[in-house]
Design a protein around this ligand. Structure first.
Ligand SMILES: Cc1ncc(COP(=O)(O)O)c(C=O)c1O
Length: 370
């Protein structure tokens, strides 16, 4: 074989493959492990979504509705926005891909932060675009430095708000003045995968920003059913934007990009306000419990506007990750993100949270950090 791999593709670091829990358990000779590493909803899928999936199965021989008509309509009603301003995706990840496909050509520039969600940069590399990466300042997007990097060739700016992995949320005033100061050829993508978990006291209406800045720069909001709605395995998310941008995204998507089961489950989950409220309540309680307990163990826990948080374990994070893994508790070391002594943990069920605290206490001792 003598295939010619384009330079931009060979430069991409593949997504770390990861192993199914069952394989890790076999490797480490453990069982009953828990995963608090991917910011998933530990309370399961909404029962209403599961019911809707069952009812959909008999229709699997048909293609799904390519326009996602009923789900789009349900979202439009739920959010009070015109259906033409909603684009559905196979996870919100796919909307990121659409944005880059539609707006970035070779040599065009995209600005992202570091550390933040890694997929933005990857899609830009695939298109042969240029990534400009700005370090977070005090754990939050450095909007001033980002503004300084904007050029004639800047097409997109990605801001995960709240940010993954620092769990910080931009204050309204800072975001508004940033948007107001941008050139009108730029689209700002606010990735709101964790918006449901933001505390009421600091939350603001981000949807209003789409209209507030209309006529200046573009604003796209990304939302997902993977987190608060518990449907990560189905891959379903959406974007909210001006219609002019939505039209472009529809041009680059496959005709049936969102599968039938995902459309129906998402529609049911949207109506299941009990499950949604329970998720938010238990996540808030778990967060409070975990931050209190990890501080008691001598670690530093960082405030979080999401369903996960960062913990400074004051020693090598990867060694601690390994020690936790052997106890059947899977978390994320932040060393690869430049936070050498930090781990990231998502809130679990109350049993999982208790088990995490016990395992952390033992692992800290074994690693000699306390
Ligand atoms: C900031 C951020 N955006 C997007 C996603 C992906 O969401 P989805 O499952 O909808 O593709 C994640 C997943 O962890 C994330 O952390």
């Amino acid at each position: 074989m003598n295939v010619q791999v384009p330079k931009n593709i060979s430069a991409i670091t593949p997504y770390p493959p990861g192993k199914p829990i069952e394989e890790l358990e076999r490797e480490y000779g453990i069982s009953g492990s828990i995963k608090l590493a991917s910011n998933e909803n530990p309370f399961g899928p909404s029962p209403a979504a599961v019911e809707a999936i069952r009812a959909t199965l008999a229709g699997l021989h048909r293609y799904p509705d390519g326009s996602g008509y009923y789900l789009t309509q349900a979202l439009a009603d739920h959010l009070s926005i015109a259906p033409g301003r909603i684009v559905l995706g196979n996870g919100s990840n796919e909307i990121i891909e659409f944005l880059v496909k539609a707006f970035v050509c070779e040599g065009d520039e995209v600005i992202t932060s570091h550390p933040s969600f890694l997929m933005y940069q990857k899609f830009v590399q695939v298109r042969g675009g240029v990534n400009h990466v700005v370090e977070l300042r005090d754990m939050i997007h450095d909007l001033e430095s980002i503004t300084r990097l904007v050029s004639e060739r800047t097409r997109l700016i990605f801001l995960d708000n709240p940010n993954n992995p620092t769990a910080t949320f931009l204050p309204y005033g800072r975001l508004e003045s940033f948007l107001n100061g941008l050139a009108d050829h730029v689209i700002v993508v606010l990735d709101e995968a964790y918006i449901d978990f933001v505390d009421e006291s600091v939350r603001y209406d981000t949807m209003a920003l789409i209209d507030d800045v209309a006529g200046r720069c573009g604003v796209v909001l990304l939302r997902t059913f993977s987190k608060a709605y518990g449907l990560a395995g189905l891959r379903i998310g959406y974007g909210l934007m001006e219609e002019q941008i939505a039209v472009c995204l529809h041009k680059v998507r496959q005709p049936f990009n969102v599968n039938l089961i995902a459309q129906e489950a998402a529609r049911a989950a949207l109506k299941d306000s009990d499950f949604y409220a329970k998720t938010l309540r238990l996540t808030a309680e778990g967060k409070e419990y975990l931050s209190r307990e990890v501080e008691k163990l001598g670690c530093i826990s960082y405030p979080s506007q999401t369903n996960f948080f960062l913990i400074d374990v004051k020693g090598d994070a990867t060694a601690l990750y390994e020690a936790m893994l052997k106890k059947g508790v899977i978390i994320r070391s932040m060393k690869a993100y430049g936070f050498d002594t930090f781990i990231r943990v998502n809130i679990g069920t109350s049993e999982e949270n208790g088990r995490f605290v016990r395992a952390l206490g033992e692992a800290l001792q074994e690693c000699g950090y306390v």
